[in-house]
Design a protein around this ligand. Structure first.
Ligand code: DX5
Ligand code: ZN
Length: 223
C-alpha cells in the first residue's frame, strides 16, 4: 500500500499545529515538512523551531525535506527538533555520504532528494546508504505546480535499481500528485506520495488521502 505524506507547505502557517492534526485525522502516514532557504530554492518557509513546535501536536512521523544550501550546517538542529525522516538535496551539497551517515547515526531515517533536471545516475551510487529517496515531480520551491511527465520514467529507473540491488530504499514522489495521476505514480514505483495542494485544498482531505493510498492497492493487484 502506498503511504501518503501531506505537505504542510500548503497549510496555514499561522495554524500549523491544527493543520497537522487535521491531516493526521484524514489518514496521513507521515507529515511532510518543506524547509526552504531562499537560496537553494526561490522561496522561504521555516526552520527547526517549526518542526519542534509541530512535534508537540503529533506522534505521526515528521518527514523533513530540506531545500537548503549546504544542509550539513543544520542537520543537527533538525534532528534535535524531532524529525523522524530527514533528507537533503544532492544538488545542494558536496558531502552527501557524510550527511547520510550523520543522519543515520542520530537514529532516524536518512534520505536524499533529486531535482527533475538531475540525471538519475547521479543519485544511484548513494542508494544503498539511503533509507529513502525523494524523486521530485516538480522543480522545488512551490506547491501547486504541474507534474512533470518524465518523472514516471525516472521513478521506474529508481525502482529497477532498488530491485536489482535488493535494497530496501523507499521511493517517495514529491510534487504535482493528484487524484488523476496517483495510479501512474504508484505504478511507476512510488512507495510514498507527497500531497500538498491536493490534500489541503479539499474540503474532504480524508477522501483525497484514501484515493492516494488505494493507488497502491491497484498497483499491487496488477503485480
Ligand atoms: C515543492 C515541495 C513539495 C510541495 C508539494 O518544492 O517540496 O513538497 O509542497 O506540493 P504539491 O503536491 O501541491 O505539488
Ligand atoms: Zn517536499
Amino acid at each position: 500500500m502506498v503511504k501518503v505524506a501531506p505537505s504542510i507547505l500548503s497549510g496555514n502557517f499561522a495554524r500549523m499545529g491544527e493543520e497537522t492534526v487535521r491531516m493526521e485525522r484524514a489518514g496521513a502516514d507521515m507529515i511532510h515538512c518543506d524547509v526552504m532557504d531562499g537560496i537553494f530554492v526561490p522561496n522561504i518557509t521555516f526552520g527547526p523551531k517549526m518542526i519542534a513546535d509541530i512535534r508537540k501536536f503529533t506522534e505521526t512521523p515528521l518527514d523533513v525535506h530540506l531545500m537548503i544550501d549546504r544542509p550539513e550546517r543544520y542537520l543537527d538542529l533538525f534532528v534535535k527538533a524531532g524529525a523522524d525522516r530527514l533528507c537533503f538535496h544532492i544538488e545542494a551539497t558536496a558531502e552527501a555520504e557524510k550527511n547520510l551517515a550523520y543522519i543515520k547515526s542520530a537514529g532516524i531515517k536518512a534520505g536524499i532528494a533529486v531535482c527533475p533536471d538531475t540525471p538519475v545516475e547521479n543519485a544511484l551510487p548513494l542508494l544503498d546508504r539511503c533509507d529513502f529517496v525523494i524523486v521530485m515531480g516538480v522543480r522545488p520551491g512551490f506547491s501547486g505546480q504541474k507534474y512533470i511527465p518524465e518523472t514516471s520514467s525516472r521513478l521506474r529507473a529508481f525502482r529497477s535499481a532498488v530491485s536489482e540491488r535488493g535494497l530496501m530504499t523507499e521511493i517517495e514522489m514529491d510534487g504535482g500528485a493528484n487524484e488523476s495521476n496517483v495510479d501512474e505514480i504508484a505504478g511507476a514505483g512510488a512507495d510514498v506520495i507527497v500531497s500538498g495542494s491536493c490534500a489541503f485544498s479539499s474540503p474532504t482531505p480524508e477522501k483525497v488521502l484514501a484515493i492516494f493510498k488505494s493507488a497502491g492497492n491497484r498497483r499491487n493487484r496488477q503485480e
